[in-house]
Design a protein around this ligand. Sequence first.
Ligand code: ZN
Length: 135
Amino acid sequence: MSTMIHRTIRIENADKQSNIGQLCITTYSPQERTSRAIKILALLWGLAIVTLFIPLAHFVLVPGFLIAGPIIAYKRYQMAEHPSTADGECPTCKQPSSIHLEPSDTLPMWTYCSTNNDPVQLIDYPQGEADTTSA
Ligand SMILES: [Zn+2]
């Protein structure tokens, strides 16, 4: 099963008021990454078989799912960890907030507080090692 790790982040609003929060990151072991990749491959190739019976659409869908299968499975295998939630007190409304994150989300990012939809920015909190990978 996947494990959760926590990282300290800063939750900041447009007025530069900020609070310390916690980012929950889901991490996968190599076995989990393999099984996740196999599951998505099975699903997409299964869809390729199902769409085989749809007239005309099968000319597009079947090769599409057959090609997408290994590509998406490979991407899933490469994903060793992804953010799941950001918890902390919203700097605007002062309410505890738990913000759901998409696996593709990367910090820093703008989002909305889960309580009152205040715009807030989630920022990596500087910790010893300089993990500021500026692209
Ligand atoms: Zn708020």
